[in-house]
Design a protein around this ligand. Structure first.
Ligand code: SAH
Length: 213
């Protein structure tokens, strides 16, 4: 668990690469500069940890590309103290970014191996989510809802109704929708019944696994 000056220097470079790609939110860039991404991935990829690339983690899943994480974080417009639900904890890297943005984070992971691994790992770095949950993201978290923000970090075949219904008025749901590639889709809840929808370009995620009954 070493974080050296060299790693820190590589993160500063990564932040400037992301800035050149359109990430302008200083709070997001500062989170990228701070979080030791090389510790979230297998040590065999360590040398490449600060390239703008996705990598395999356990259970055939991936840690999202830094640009994707930064884009989703910027688009959510997370403010300190907001209640945020994340679907797809994975390596916990996006979770750490949300915690650096001072959100109260609830995060659901469907793969038990990853849930266990990340639940042990994040606190070692001092990252404390309100709750990490082993469960099915399609259902959201009705007992904690409503949320200010909901972020989905797996490719969803459709927009789960439960997630829309668990948003506060004024809240945002950011979800990549589609099969092979996904359209990043932002929903802003305008009133109990009205949602504004924005399509924000193509991305590639691992699939959001089927609903469990
Ligand atoms: N934010 C993560 C991305 C991991 S990839 C990171 O940066 O590391 C997507 C994750 O979503 C995987 O860990 C996958 O197991 C999880 N996932 C897929 N379908 C899910 C579902 N229905 N509910 C909760 N998590 C799910």
């Amino acid at each position: 668990m070493k974080d050296t000056h060299k790693h820190q220097g590589l993160r500063v470079k990564l932040a400037s690469v992301l800035n050149a790609k359109g990430i302008t939110d200083e709070r997001v860039l500062n989170a990228i500069k701070k979080i030791p991404r090389h510790l979230f991935i297998d040590s065999s990829f360590e040398a490449h940890a600060y390239q703008d690339k996705a990598f395999p983690i356990a259970a055939e899943q991936t840690i999202s590309q830094p640009y994707t994480v930064a884009f989703q974080s910027q688009t959510l417009e997370v403010k300190p103290g907001e209640k945020v639900l994340e679907i797809g904890t994975g390596s916990g890297y996006q979770t750490a970014v949300l915690l650096e943005l001072k959100a109260e984070v609830y995060s659901i992971e469907r793969q038990h191996e990853l849930f266990k691994k990340t639940s042990l790992f994040l606190p070692k770095l001092g990252y404390r989510a309100k709750k990490l949950i082993f469960g099915d993201g399609y259902k959201g978290l009705p007992e904690i809802a409503p949320f200010d923000k909901i972020i989905v970090t797996a490719g969803a075949p459709f927009v789960p109704k439960a997630l829309l219904s668990q948003l506060k008025v004024g809240g945002r749901l950011l979800i990549p929708v589609g099969d092979k590639t996904q359209i990043m889709t932002l929903f802003i809840r305008k009133s109990p019944k009205e949602f504004e929808k924005h399509e924000l370009g193509d991305f590639a995620f691992v699939p959001m696994l089927e609903e469990k009954n």
